[in-house]
Design a binder for this molecule. Sequence first.
Ligand SMILES: [Zn+2]
Ligand SMILES: [Zn+2]
Ligand SMILES: [Zn+2]
Length: 123
Amino acid sequence: MTKRNTKAKQLILNLLKAAKSALSQDILQAQLGDAVDRVTIYRVLNSFLEDGVVHKIVGDDGKQYFACCKNCSDKKYQHNHFHFRCISCGKIECLPNEVEVKLPKAYRTLNFNGVVSGYCSNC
Ligand SMILES: [Zn+2]
Ligand SMILES: [Zn+2]
Ligand SMILES: [Zn+2]
């Protein structure tokens, strides 16, 4: 990646870490303003996904959200938790409880997309 992308990576990672909730590409774009263009955000998010830095959540509103990973690396992903989407403030959070999904023999989980919606503690 170029030097410009390195800076974009840092900016986007800072936003995701500060948010403590999942952010959509639109939210990131709005917060970054002109600092980073749309294509770069898309590329950075995809490289974060591959490196186990973030994981993707598809909300029950059909939008994609990205949240920081806790225990992932580029070798091993661990996304065994539900997400909560508040229908009032729109926030998407990772729920701390791990969920075990029983799969047939020789199947391997790479991604787990579970979203619970309702009202968060602030709403
Ligand atoms: Zn992850
Ligand atoms: Zn809320
Ligand atoms: Zn999560």
